[in-house]
Unconditional design. Structure first.
Ligand SMILES: [Mn+2]
Length: 360
């Protein structure tokens, strides 16, 4: 089977034809990603942004908030990347006059958060979604949706290969795409059980990615404060508990405003923190509660393969996401959010244990 055939199995040729129609004869393209952008959101934005710039388009990447430094270093971050929260005045005219809008790494406009969502919603420009979250909302004009893909960066690479071929993936396109693939799989430790994910990674490496360099720039560029914050959270602000019946445990990490101030917390400092308690063998579900200055609490949940948590987050935490990595929001003070989360998780673990006993 030829390469071309393989790729078209993944990326629908009719969607590709429609995309090329939309790209025909236009000048200005905006690329946006989800709020509190992660490596996949920024990597896919910059990868596509760098490619479209090379092709002669006028491109701007707009994230709802500022990207943390450990992911905002690839080429294009300085010239192409803006954030709506701090630079809304500068980017609104571009967004209002662009001919096409790419929506990367999110499946519903609500993921842009309110000010940017309301602005983007009001624009008449066609929206092209490229994303790996399940169940996209019907708010887009063209969909490239693939939940089995490890990351938006993996799916986007498929799309670039199918439409422009490997030669179009220059080093400055490949590096941010690799960064997103690497971060969304926890450096190839989860969401990457398909052979194709490694083939895509191999193609990106072939296009000039220095793997240890990307790894070091993302993970070994932390501040001393962020390491101390992580240590303090595990030591003082994490509760481990079991459901009534079983040995299976959950963990809740509380990141309050005073602790954020004490350690000069920057967005991104808590990256990976929700995952950390899962390194204990008995811990199956881990939740990070981050107190925000507006009085709400951000919920970041992770689980092992044995538990599916996106439905739980949708039902109890005004959120959703992937089966093992989901997020949500609680509108209550942190101490109430903690009590509430603890109740919900205890019940969740108990029910899960009961179900297992029924099966046995
Ligand atoms: Mn992603």
């Amino acid at each position: 089977m030829s390469m071309q055939n393989r790729v078209s199995e993944v990326v629908n040729p009719f969607s590709l034809a429609r995309l090329n129609q939309l790209l025909q004869g236009i000048k200005r393209i905006a690329i946006c990603c989800h709020a509190r952008p992660d490596g996949d959101a920024i990597g896919s934005s910059l990868g596509l942004g760098n490619l479209l710039t090379t092709l002669g388009y006028e491109v701007l990447c707009v994230a709802p908030n500022r990207a943390p430094a450990h992911i905002a270093w690839p080429e294009g971050a300085k010239d192409l990347l803006y954030n709506f929260e701090e630079e809304g005045v500068d980017v609104k005219p571009f967004l209002a006059s662009c001919d096409l809008l790419f929506c990367l790494d999110f499946n519903a406009l609500s993921r842009l958060d309110e000010p940017m969502m309301l602005f983007v919603e009001s624009l008449a420009v066609p929206r092209v979604m490229i994303d790996h979250h399940p169940h996209p909302a019907s708010q887009f004009d063209l969909y490239f949706s693939m939940p089995e893909s490890s990351s938006t960066c993996e799916l986007l690479t498929e799309l670039l290969l199918a439409n422009w071929g490997q030669v179009a993936i220059s080093q400055k396109v490949a590096i941010p795409l690799y960064m997103g693939l690497m971060t969304d799989t926890g450096s190839f430790s989860y969401s990457c059980s398909r052979k194709r994910t490694f083939e895509i990674a191999g193609i990106l490496v072939e296009q000039g990615v220095d793997v240890p360099e990307v790894q070091a720039k993302v993970y070994n560029s932390r501040t001393l404060d962020s390491l101390m914050l992580q240590s303090a959270l595990i030591l003082q602000y994490t509760t481990f508990f079991a459901g009534k019946a079983g040995k299976e445990k959950a963990a809740i990490v509380q990141l309050s405003q005073p602790v954020q101030e004490q350690y000069q917390y920057q967005p991104g400092d808590a990256e990976g923190l929700a995952n950390l308690p899962l390194c204990v063998g008995s811990v199956q579900v881990s939740v990070l509660l981050t107190e925000r200055s507006n009085g709400t609490v951000r919920v970041s949940a992770r689980s092992t393969k044995r538990y599916t948590i996106n439905k739980l987050l949708a039902q109890f935490f005004n959120g959703g996401g992937h089966p093992q990595a989901s997020g949500g929001t609680l509108r209550m003070p942190l101490h109430e959010a903690y009590e509430y989360t603890r109740r919900v998780l205890s019940q969740f673990l108990e029910k899960a244990t009961q179900r297992e006993e029924e099966v046995l």
